[in-house]
Every structure is written in C-alpha cells, then in structure tokens.
Design a protein around this ligand. Structure first.
Ligand code: AMP
Length: 175
C-alpha cells in the first residue's frame, strides 16, 4: 500500500476535543487490516536490528508500539499518564497542543536494554515525545529514533526532539 493510499484512512475531525483543533482520527486505519499492517511493517522494517526496546506512549502509542515490538521480537516499555504505573517511577512534565500534563515511566522499564525506539501515533508540538525522550535519558537509555504515523509539520515539533532520527509516515504541511 502506498503512503497516499494510507493517508485515506486518516479522518479529520474538526473542533475535537475542543474548538480550533483538527483531530487526526486513526481509527479508520486501525479498522483496516492491510492499512494497520502497512504502518507496522514500515516502522518495524526501518528499525529492525537497530533497536533493542520499543517504547509506546499512552494511549495510541501503545497500539502501534505493541505491534511494532511484536513484529521485531522486542519488548515494550510503557510511558503512561500519572497514577497508572504501580512501581517506582520517574515523571516528566510537558506542554501539549491542548493543555499540559505529566508522563511517567517505571525506573526498571528498559531492563538491561538501552537502544530505544519511541513510538506514538502523531507528532504535533513535540511536547509529549520530548518528555518521553527525557524519561528514557533518566534511565540511561539511548533514543535511537522517534517514529510516528502522522506529523503535523506546521507545528515544528521535530525541532524540539533531541534525537537525530525523527521519522513519520504521513506529513501534513498545513491544517
Ligand atoms: P504534542 O505533544 O503536541 O506533540 O502532541 C502529541 C500527542 O497529542 C500525541 O500523543 C497525539 O496523540 C495527541 N495529539 C495532538 N494533537 C493531535 C491532533 N491534532 N490529532 C490527534 N492527536 C493529537
């Protein structure tokens, strides 16, 4: 499936979750077996042999991250919203396109692995992914790359991400 075809599975929802936001809804993509598989195969294929842990950001990052981890035969580290992780953890605060929040990680989330691929559904301002990068660094991990299905390039989120490789399948130059 081409990237142009893949793009047809992403639905714009205007004024969600609040006025002025164009929400990129990936549920049509998840509904399609071939489209979901295409996303996972493209991300997994690019990083096979280059990483030893996948990190998914709650919650849509879990869906893609878990599938990429499985495809690569790797484990999955979780970055979650506050109050969800039961064991010892670190926290990082970040600014979101709509509000601000905190993300957490278990201190033993990487085990003895260190080459990390961070996965989320969408890169907007980069606040979320930069918090995930900060958390990986706190665990002495090396962020090999951040991978997304969608990048809202007009928000310039990639300039905030302190990693050499910021990869996205589908880029929107404007809203
Ligand atoms: P940011 O921290 O600004 O890069 O925002 C990225 C996070 O917020 C991702 O986890 C996305 O799922 C979510 N997000 C931000 N903007 C949108 C949008 N326009 N459509 C869908 N999800 C979004």
């Amino acid at each position: 499936m081409t990237l142009d075809e893949l793009k047809t599975y992403i639905r714009d929802i205007r004024d969600f979750p609040k006025p002025g936001i164009v929400f990129k809804d990936i549920t049509p993509l998840l509904t399609s077996g071939p489209a979901f598989q295409e996303v996972v195969d493209r991300i997994a294929g690019r990083y096979r042999g280059r990483v030893d842990m996948v990190l998914g950001i709650e919650s849509r990052g879990f869906i893609i991250g878990a599938a990429v981890a499985y495809a690569l035969g790797l484990g999955l580290a979780l970055v979650r919203k506050p109050g969800k992780l039961p064991h010892e953890r670190y926290a990082a605060r970040y600014e979101l396109e709509y509000g601000s929040d905190t993300l957490e990680i278990h201190r033993d989330a990487l085990g003895d692995r260190s080459r990390v691929l961070i996965v989320d559904d969408l890169l907007a301002t980069g606040g979320t992914a930069s918090a995930a990068i900060e958390l990986v660094r706190r665990l002495d991990g090396d962020v090999v790359a951040c991978a997304f299905i969608i990048e809202l390039a007009f928000l310039k989120g990639r300039t905030r991400l302190a990693t050499d490789d910021v990869f996205s399948l589908i880029t929107y130059a404007g809203e």
